[in-house]
Design a protein around this ligand. Structure first.
Ligand code: PBG
Length: 330
């Protein structure tokens, strides 16, 4: 049947009809809010390139997450640490008293129901800013996998609910799974940054986490933005090695990847709406060029429509607050 018998505008005629046939709705349960934690007390450093985001000391992080849960009902966070001191291998992150394990313990004590996803990577912890141990001018895969597994066990012991390796080393999911199981954490899921691209969209994050590489770039381990078949191979490897959820990162320029991963594998897919995607919205809004609340909702909805059931986004708190203010279900 075609026009004039078919008129697709019939189902757009009123809000009640549009609400009835809407296919995709973003819900607070879909969202994970990232935070940056650093040592000290009463510290709240604004991150200039990410308006509304801060480097927080543990005491203020606990308050902020309490506020997040109370005002929005968002109960899932992703943690990144900025350590006091860095070293060559990222081993500083493997101590019981490293900044993220400390933060996890404090959060769990104050807010027992919070779900904490711990990012596992070395780039915040190495003097050179690369995601692993440097041998002959490049990140050495297998020794790095070792430190990642050790960091994961430390985070799980501190109480992390989900381990999320973001380094892109080969074999790290399998090694982390094995280390977690050997230490009694067989019930701790792995959310693998499986298709993580070497992206310019991470720029603001590297200011926030103080993790920019001091030489070269991450192209020998993160993926080439031109590739899509390779993303499926990365995802497949991670699934074989034991990933419970797979991630595509960045999100907006990679919705085709989200869709391919979702339709190829029967797995929960996570989209990481990264710092540069966030900051572009903020910059345009500050100039009065776009309707910020509208754009945020459109972005999150389209990521879910593309196939992601979980979205990591710096917009999580403001999105839910704005929906609640409008009286929308979220
Ligand atoms: C660590 C890591 C990065 C991000 C998350 N984990 C940065 C990078 O790979 O350089 C980026 C997140 C963002 O841009 O919001 N490897």
């Amino acid at each position: 049947m075609s026009y004039p018998v078919t008129r697709l505008r019939r189902l757009r005629k009123s809000a009640v009809i549009r609400n009835m046939v809407r296919e995709t709705e973003v819900n607070r349960d879909d969202l994970i809010m990232p935070y940056f934690v650093l040592p000290g007390e009463n510290i709240c450093n604004p991150i200039k390139s990410m308006p509304g985001n801060f480097q927080l000391s543990v005491d203020l992080l606990v308050k902020e997450v309490q506020d997040l849960v109370e005002t929005t009902g968002v109960d899932k966070i992703l943690l990144f640490g900025i350590p006091e001191e860095k070293d060559e291998t990222g081993h500083v992150a493997c101590h019981h008293d490293a900044i993220v394990p400390k933060a996890i313990r404090a959060l769990k004590e104050a807010i027992p129901n919070i779900l904490i996803v711990a990012d596992v990577c070395n780039c915040e912890y190495t003097t050179h800013g690369h995601c692993g141990t440097i041998v002959d001018g490049d990140v050495d895969n297998d020794s790095t996998v070792h430190t990642l597994a050790a960091q994961s066990v430390t985070l799980a012991k501190a109480g992390a609910d989900i381990i999320a390796p973001s380094d892109m080393m080969d074999g790290r999911v399998g090694a982390i799974r094995k280390a977690l199981d050997e230490n009694g954490f067989h019930a701790t899921p792995i959310m693998a940054y499986s298709a993580k691209y070497a992206s310019g969209f991470y720029g603001p994050f590297r200011d926030a986490a103080e993790s920019a590489p001091k030489f070269g770039n991450r192209s020998t381990y993160q993926m080439d933005p031109a590739n899509s078949d390779e993303a499926l191979r990365e995802v497949e490897q991670d699934i074989i090695e034991g990933a419970d959820m797979v991630m595509v990162k960045p999100a907006l320029s990679y919705m085709d990847i989200i869709h391919r991963v979702k339709t190829t594998f029967n797995m929960p897919v996570v989209a990481y709406n990264v710092s540069g995607e966030f900051s572009m919205v903020k910059a345009a809004a500050a100039n009065g060029w776009i309707d910020e609340e509208r754009l945020i909702k459109e972005i999150l909805t389209s990521l879910k429509r593309a196939g992601a059931e979980v979205i990591i986004t710096y917009h999580a708190k403001e999105f839910v607050l704005s929906e609640l203010k409008k009286g929308n279900r979220v």
